[in-house]
Design a binder for this molecule. Structure first.
Ligand code: MN
Length: 155
C-alpha cells in the first residue's frame, strides 16, 4: 500500500488535505467514510481502511441506502488514514478542487475480501448493513470500475 500517487497529485503547501497517514484507532471496526465532494462533478468518495491506508472509490451518484440500487464506483488512489476527518475546500487549480464534506461515517467489518471483491458490514449513521463491492471485468488495463450495492437479507 502506497501513498505515492496520492502525494504526486497534491501540493501540500496549497491544499489543507493531510499529507501522511496518522495512527487512527477510533472504533471497534475499521474506518468507513463517504465524503460528498463538490468537484467539477459532484460525487461521493467511499473510503475503507485497509492495511494502513484508505482504499478509495468515487461514486458518481448518491450512495445506495437500500437494496436494489447498484452504483458505479471507480477506484481512485489510496488516501492516508486521517483523511476521513478532512472537511474543507480544496483550492482552485489543485487536484480535486472543490468542497469536501462528510456524508456518512462510522466503522466497517470485513467479511470477504479478494482483489476483485469485498463484502463488508457497514456501521455508519446513514448506511448500515451488508454491502458488496465487485470489480467489473476491465475492458482495458486502466479500467477500475466496481459496483457498490447493498446485499439482500439484511437490515
Ligand atoms: Mn473526490
Amino acid at each position: 500500500m502506497s501513498l505515492k500517487e496520492y502525494k504526486k497529485k497534491r501540493d501540500f503547501s496549497r491544499t489543507q488535505e493531510p499529507s501522511e497517514s496518522k495512527a487512527n484507532k477510533k472504533g471497534e471496526g475499521l474506518i468507513y467514510v463517504i465524503q460528498r465532494h463538490h468537484a467539477s462533478h459532484l460525487h461521493y468518495d467511499l473510503r475503507l481502511e485497509e492495511e494502513g491506508v484508505l482504499k478509495s472509490w468515487a461514486i458518481p451518484k448518491s450512495p445506495p441506502e437500500e437494496t436494489g440500487i447498484r452504483r458505479l464506483a471507480v477506484q481512485t488512489e489510496d488516501h492516508p488514514l486521517g483523511y476521513e476527518d478532512f472537511e474543507g475546500t480544496i483550492p482552485e487549480g489543485e487536484y480535486g478542487a472543490g468542497k469536501v464534506e462528510t456524508w456518512d461515517s462510522g466503522d466497517y467489518f470485513p467479511i470477504e475480501s479478494d482483489s476483485a471483491k469485498r463484502v463488508i458490514e457497514i456501521k455508519g449513521k446513514k448506511i448500515k448493513g451488508r454491502y458488496a463491492l465487485i470489480k467489473l471485468k476491465p475492458k482495458n488495463p486502466d479500467d477500475k470500475n466496481w459496483l457498490f450495492f447493498k446485499l439482500k437479507g439484511n437490515t
